[in-house]
Design a protein around this ligand. Structure first.
Ligand SMILES: Nc1ncnc2c1ncn2[C@@H]1O[C@H](COP(=O)(O)OP(=O)(O)OP(=O)(O)O)[C@@H](O)[C@H]1O
Length: 579
């Protein structure tokens, strides 16, 4: 956090200078007060107009310094928090997949933790500067009035500082619990918003509302405990402050009776005592709050800002002219069972490969490794003799693309969703639209490529989303397209069309497919049949069917499943239509 504040030295300096001026004007109020009272009690001989003029100067000074100080503080807050939030998002985007936070954790950090830091750290730093100056100036002025009063304050003044420090740990603990529960509550709210249709569709509104109610109750209770403890802590500070204040008022009264100070000086001393006592109370609170929020700051630092960026891994430029050679590729999540087990294979440039296999055999994991999303595997993956880990990920992602099962859409225009905020010419865009088969969709909407899509806007069908993903790959002129079940959740005709579109592209394509129809599969140069993390068979469709091995079994099972589906639909036309 210090680094972010230091980056705005000018604003920090102006904020500190302005609070010094505020402290001086506030302390001057005591002197003005003393002058007025001593004039009233005839110790001074000043006219009312002179006193009025002093008062007006004082009011103008307060207005100018207060407003300038607030503006400067706001500018400092805005600039520091802007940089801090940017760094968090930047670190989130540079993190590798393993150390990435979940979306709820990120939202919670950006909404809750950052706000706590702004309120309890940044604002308190300026408050500390202000109170410190007010304390020093007031002490100096009081010293000039009476040395014994000053000494008494210096002795008793530590009470309100020391007492709350005894409770810092408990305060930190309660604040931590509050944030922890708040995060759980945010997660649930997000789930409710995302799962709206499932909740309605299965009539579980009441159950979900009741689960939320429990989580929300816990969050509110944790907040209450933290606020209540903070309140009691504040009360303890205030009482210790009052104790010190009244002891000193009594001492001042004694000096007036003795004739050592005037009534005006006593009034000024009381005012100055306020300016000494109050900062002492506030300072201890500010320090306690800063200490408790430092845990939140170090948490953000550890969780996200200290993440190793994946861009620090490889340095070589990506180039693909020959082949991808895989040797002894083995991988297991968290050192458990092997999900990918000793794969040896060679993909050749320009060819189309289909990966088939039963659910859970490791197809997606294999693709994630090829996509450089997982890089703690054993074995080697060499692209034109350069190991993927040695290739600069930025240059890799320029030419390798993944068409995922779920295509994420930004709430923006179709054009921006295809070009993904990169410059792309009208010709490039039209070509990508034509080749991906999106032209019909775009013609349907009046605004064409400027049509707003995404949640709450035009929602694209499953097939159209897949076509957007293909258009993205075409726009970046990808050398390698990895496809993770591009046709899942699509009807047979659309699925067939999408797969046909992909097969007709020039790029090298490695696609997980569940399309067990002869027409599609026969178009692939090679089919890889996977089982238990291994490639157990390879060859073109005819070869694999002739082999009558693992692929043959999967293929036949799918065909039989399809036949059963058709028979069921014929026997139960109503149910089939409904489902
Ligand atoms: N992030 C993860 N952490 C731990 N285990 C995982 C993780 N992702 C996948 N697995 C496990 O690894 C195995 C292979 O999963 P993978 O998704 O690669 O299979 P798949 O063949 O693509 O399955 P499907 O066809 O159902 O998508 C499964 O047992 C799965 O539970």
């Amino acid at each position: 956090m210090k680094k972010y504040i230091q980056n705005h030295k000018l604003l920090l300096t102006s904020s500190v200078i302005l609070v010094i001026f505020i402290s001086i004007t506030e302390a001057f109020q005591a002197i003005l007060f003393q002058t007025i009272v001593d004039t009233a009690t005839r110790n001074y001989n000043l006219g009312i107009s002179t006193l009025a003029m002093y008062t007006i100067i004082f009011l103008i000074a307060v207005f100018v310094f207060e407003s300038l100080s607030k503006i400067s503080n706001a500018a400092l807050n805005t600039s520091v928090m802007k940089d801090y939030k940017y760094s968090i998002i930047n670190s989130f985007l540079s993190a590798d997949n393993k150390s990435k936070l979940t979306s709820s954790e990120l939202i919670s950090i950006m909404n809750n933790d950052v706000k706590v830091i702004e309120d309890s750290y940044l604002n308190n730093l300026i408050n500390i500067a202000k109170d410190l100056f007010l304390f020093v100036i007031s002490l100096f002025l009081l010293f000039r009035i009476n040395i014994y009063l000053t000494l008494s304050i210096l002795v008793f003044g530590w009470v309100p500082i020391i007492v709350p420090q005894l409770f810092t740990k408990k305060n930190q603990f309660l604040k931590g619990k509050h944030l922890e529960n708040l995060e759980k509550s945010v997660n649930k709210i997000k789930e409710i918003a995302q799962g709206f249709e499932v909740i309605k569709g299965f009539n579980i509104e009441k159950k979900i509302a009741s689960i939320f109610s429990t989580i929300n109750k816990e969050a509110e209770q944790a907040k209450f405990k933290s606020d209540a403890f903070k309140g009691v802590l504040g009360a303890i500070s205030i009482v210790s402050g009052f104790l010190m204040f009244f002891v000193n008022v009594l001492i001042a009264t004694y000096f007036v009776i003795q004739g050592d100070i005037t009534i005006g000086q006593m009034m000024a001393a009381i005012q100055l005592m306020n300016y000494i006592v109050n900062p002492l109370i506030s300072l201890s609170r500010y320090f306690t709050e800063i200490k408790s929020v430092s845990k939140v700051i170090s948490n953000i630092q550890d969780k996200i800002l200290n993440n190793n960026s994946i861009s620090s891994l490889g340095k070589n430029e990506f180039s693909f002219n020959n082949n991808i050679e895989i040797k002894g590729l083995t991988y297991s999540y968290d050192n458990r069972d092997e999900v990918i087990s000793n794969i040896n294979y060679e993909f050749e440039k320009g060819k189309k490969y289909a990966i088939v296999g039963e659910s859970g055999c490791g197809k997606t994991t294999f693709l994630k490794i090829l996509m450089n999303q997982i890089n703690d595997y054993q074995g080697e993956i060499n692209i034109d003799d350069i190991e993927i880990k040695e290739i600069d990920p930025k240059s890799y992602y320029k030419k390798v693309t993944l068409v995922q099962q779920n295509v994420f859409m930004f709430k923006d225009t179709l054009k921006n969703n295809i070009c993904l905020y990169n410059e792309c010419t009208d010709e490039e865009l039209s070509k990508a639209i034509r080749q991906s088969g999106l032209a019909k969709t775009i013609r349907l909407h009046e605004a064409g490529v400027e049509t707003l899509v995404g949640e709450g806007k035009v929602e694209l069908s499953g097939g159209e989303l897949k076509r957007v993903a293909i258009a993205r790959a075409l726009i970046k002129d990808a050398d390698i397209i990895l496809v993770d079940e591009a046709t899942s959740a699509l009807d047979k005709i659309t699925a067939h069309e999408i797969e046909k579109t992909l097969i007709n592209l020039d790029s090298t394509m490695i696609a997980i497919t569940h399309q067990m129809d002869e027409t599609t599969l026969s178009k692939y140069d090679e089919i890889l049949a996977m089982k238990d993390g291994k490639i157990v068979e390879r060859g073109n469709l005819k070869e694999l069917l002739d082999n009558k091995g693992h692929f043959y079994n999967i293929y036949n099972k799918k065909i039989n499943d399809l036949k059963d589906e058709i028979d069921f639909a014929l026997e139960n036309p109503n149910m089939a239509q409904g489902g």
